[in-house]
Ligand binder design. Structure first.
Ligand SMILES: Nc1ncnc2c1ncn2[C@@H]1O[C@H](COP(=O)(O)OP(=O)(O)O)[C@@H](O)[C@H]1O
Ligand SMILES: N[C@@H](CCC(=O)OP(=O)(O)O)C(=O)O
Length: 378
């Protein structure tokens, strides 16, 4: 039953995002493992070559891990600056390795580096989609990673599992395949005897009682199972099923043969960019709303106007993500604000008409437009 479900989801997928973790691309001694990269590329090239072959986007970690040995670092540094330096050296090596490996099949590689912040902005989001779509149309293989060298601690995705879920949503993929050094989600620590692989997750209730642990012994990955399960939650909630398995079983998984853990979709596709706003952006500030504004924004699907804002916190610029809070301090929504933080205080509580008369038509705009706003539940 599960096997059949898995085969149907994989075989029917026209566009697939495959994410591979650092631990699956590196040697025990550190540095890139060319054989493992080649083995993954073999599986992906095979998938793309058949009749009615699906389109494939690869999200690959490994930049930091690949940069460690060349910089004389024995292990992943803790500080962001050295991680970024390692990523800068390693990303070049990683893409060079993929370029050489895919060239064996006559396939070109296109490097796509994204930041969480970029992706929440309308123009950047559209451009990222267009570039990825165009690469696929031209038969190239997009290799996506976070743009580690510019991402600051506050705006980092931090883990590529979540990035992969959001990329899957961005490119409107039909399937997300997460490849790791473990062949699925286990009901406890996979290193302990007695733990067994979970074949299918139909929804959050199937995860009750599962011990979801952090990164494995390789020490090069970031989030362990926690971020993979979170990525699966984001993707399945947005209507995209997920297969989680070991990189060594990529060929089997991509052929729809029984392997790993299948997460079934729990939701349907949602408005595009807003998923990024919810999951990928860190708020730069907060606006407190009066009760009327909360009702208008949360239940009425309305834009937020200056009249309903009672308090402004944080240093943000127009276009930044901010949280919208109720009077009790609870977050009710997140949106892209249309004003700089320093412009807002004198506008609070005032009607747009009044502001337009006094300050000019430019001040008639919403504080947050409803198209740039996502209501957060729970
Ligand atoms: N319940 C679980 N099921 C499977 N693996 C788990 C679980 N809890 C923790 N892990 C650990 O998560 C690791 C994979 O995460 P990570 O090292 O971040 O991989 P990657 O580099 O592929 O992103 C596994 O090696 C495993 O030790
Ligand atoms: N952008 C980072 C990704 C880090 C990361 O998420 O790693 P992993 O947990 O192995 O998927 C890199 O390329 O090293």
């Amino acid at each position: 039953m599960v096997d059949q479900l898995l085969r149907e989801e994989v075989v029917s997928a026209r566009r697939i995002v495959v994410k591979v973790g650092s631990s699956s691309l590196t040697t025990a001694a550190g540095g890139l493992d060319a054989d493992r990269v080649d083995a993954l590329v073999d599986a992906l090239a095979k998938l793309r070559s058949g009749k009615d072959a699906p389109e494939v986007v690869l999200v690959s970690s490994g930049a930091i891990a690949a940069g460690l040995a060349p910089l004389g670092l024995a292990k992943r540094p803790k500080d962001l600056a050295r991680q970024q330096a390692a990523a800068s050296v390693g990303q070049g090596l990683l893409v060079a390795r993929y370029t050489a490996s895919f060239a064996r099949y006559g396939v070109r590689v296109g490097q796509v580096l994204l930041t969480a912040e970029d992706a929440s902005r309308r123009a950047h989001y559209r451009n990222a989609y267009r570039t990825l779509d165009q690469l696929l149309t031209m038969g190239a293989m997009p290799v996506v990673n976070e743009n580690d060298t510019v991402a600051t601690a506050e705006i980092k995705f931090g883990d590529n599992d979540r990035l992969a879920a959001l990329v899957a949503h961005l490119v409107r993929a039909d399937l997300l395949v997460l490849l790791s050094d473990v062949d699925g989600l286990y009901d406890g620590d996979p290193a302990k005897p007695g733990s067994s692989r979970i074949e299918v997750v139909r929804g959050p209730e199937d995860l009750a009682g599962v011990e979801i642990g952090s990164a494995g012994k390789a020490g090069v990955g970031t989030g362990g199972m926690v971020t993979k399960v979170e990525a699966a939650r984001i993707a399945t909630g947005a209507g995209i099923p997920v297969v989680l398995t070991a990189a060594s079983q990529a060929a089997d998984a991509l052929a729809g043969r029984p392997t790993g853990t299948l997460f079934l979709r729990t939701g349907s596709r949602s408005a595009d960019r807003l998923l990024w706003l919810e999951h990928a952006s860190s708020p730069r500030g907060a606006l407190t709303l009066d009760d009327g504004a909360v009702a208008a924004v949360v239940h009425g699907g309305k834009s937020l106007l200056p009249a309903g804002v009672t308090r402004v916190e944080g240093e943000f610029a127009a276009g930044d993500p901010v949280d919208l809070l109720g009077e009790n301090g609870h977050i009710v929504a997140r949106g892209l604000v249309n004003f700089d933080a320093r412009e807002l205080p004198r506008l609070l509580g005032r009607s747009t008409r009044e502001l337009a008369q006094e300050l000019g038509a430019a001040y008639e705009r919403e504080v947050v437009h409803r198209d740039d706003l996502v209501v957060l539940r729970g």
